[in-house]
Design a protein around this ligand. Sequence first.
Ligand SMILES: Nc1ncnc2c1ncn2[C@@H]1O[C@H](COP(=O)(O)OP(=O)(O)OP(=O)(O)O)[C@@H](O)[C@H]1O
Length: 304
Amino acid sequence: MTVIATESLTKRYPRVTALDRLTVDIAPGVTGLVGANGAGKSTLIKILLGLAPATEGRAAVLGMDVATEGAAIRAHVGYMPEHDCLPPDVSATEFVVHMARISGLPPSAARERTADTLRHVGLYEERYRPMGGYSTGMKQRVKLAQALVHDPRLVLLDEPTNGLDPVGRDDMLELIRRVHTEFGISVLVTSHLLGELERTSDHIVVIDGGSLLRSSSTSDFTQATASLTVEVTEHEDELVEKLTAAGLNAHADGRLIMVDIDGDETYDAVRDAVAELGTGLVRMEQHRHRIAEIFRGGDEHDAA
Ligand SMILES: Nc1ncnc2c1ncn2[C@@H]1O[C@H](COP(=O)(O)OP(=O)(O)OP(=O)(O)O)[C@@H](O)[C@H]1O
């Protein structure tokens, strides 16, 4: 079963091709959509909501065609836009009740669902104050609440951690995870940071220049992209030789040694090699490839 399916989806603007023959299937659960700024993430979301027409190709959301069933899609899908779009002079409660009413809920249900949803995202007394005075974290929570208030089956979250500090990011990612685990709502969440989506998502889709670079489960993804950074007090070259002889892919990067992780045994192999050389281990830490590195290695990873 898929919640989102696209087939050769293309969106051309006069000057740029925002989506270029994108074919991808997305299953229920939490899916991270990763791509650099301008990769086409927001464009894809707008097409999936039936708000912008594709130039070519097809897409279906919850089995409904985006070209002809946009209104029905939006009845079952929640959307959290990227940019600040909250009216400053109304309270979170007034705003979310309004959004619930727009989604078709009767007044009493709209008020009840608003109270529940705002509590769920962690807004309490503040919800009666005008939103103009809210912190970025609180505004992001209101944007998430309005996406959830009509009890959708799927939510599309466009850069929900934008503008948040590290603690705020972690809280938001935790909240997103709970949207799925507690309510069974599927989530498509975008970010230009691969690292934060790895922790939240079951599945990761990477796009670059509007094309699919990679789509795989998060565990496959981290296996394929994780490496160890090792720092020793001396004998760096010998360590690289030893690890290579042990069948690992290791290379020196200045004073650091990068080792591709090939299962848990990689840690043991590094420990043993360091011990045999009698050198001091300063640090050994897992290093996740940044999105730019994946783009550079795109062709090889595509095949993986
Ligand atoms: N309405 C539009 N008219 C013309 N070009 C557009 C329009 N919307 C987006 N684009 C262009 O399409 C490309 C993809 O934009 P899009 O907003 O989908 O990227 P994104 O991955 O969401 O990045 P960001 O996170 O910066 O929004 C960009 O080059 C952008 O400039």
